[in-house]
Design a binder for this molecule. Structure first.
Ligand code: 5GP
Ligand code: ZN
Length: 114
């Protein structure tokens, strides 16, 4: 996707602070952190949103949750806890149209909606 910010980050055209990378998944620090630890985990394949997921993407999304756990372990916040958020579409407040998982950690998180 030519004009997708996150595809540009994957290609290295926009710099980012990488936290994890493999052939299918990239994780990097959010540029505007909402918590002491705020990491975005994305598939390297461009999927616009959770609503655009295809059945063949399900394995990859499962793997993303495994990577999230691995990051939590390696960064040392697995035991104290963290939150994973996926904003989807207009009502979900999604701003970047490339599927991403926010990991928030490092403090007691407030504004619990559910
Ligand atoms: P959304 O609102 O779509 O769920 O989240 C998009 C997130 O991407 C926001 O938290 C925003 O701070 C982050 N973001 C937007 N542009 C960039 C960028 O160029 N680099 C990084 N590292 N994060 C970005
Ligand atoms: Zn993209």
């Amino acid at each position: 996707m030519e004009d997708c910010i996150f595809c540009k980050i994957i290609k290295g055209e926009i710099p980012s602070t990488k936290v994890y990378e493999d052939d299918e998944i990239l994780a990097f620090n959010d540029v505007n952190p909402a918590a002491p630890i705020h990491i975005l985990v994305i598939p390297k394949r461009h999927i616009s949103s959770l609503a655009d997921m295809k059945p063949e993407d399900e394995k990859l999304v499962g793997k993303i949750y495994g990577v999230i756990n691995k990051i939590a372990e390696e960064k040392g916040f697995k035991d104290e806890g963290f939150r994973v958020i996926v904003n989807c579409g207009k009502n979900g407040g999604q701003e970047v149209m490339h599927l991403h998982f926010h990991i928030l950690a490092g403090k007691q998180l407030g504004e619990k909606i559910v």
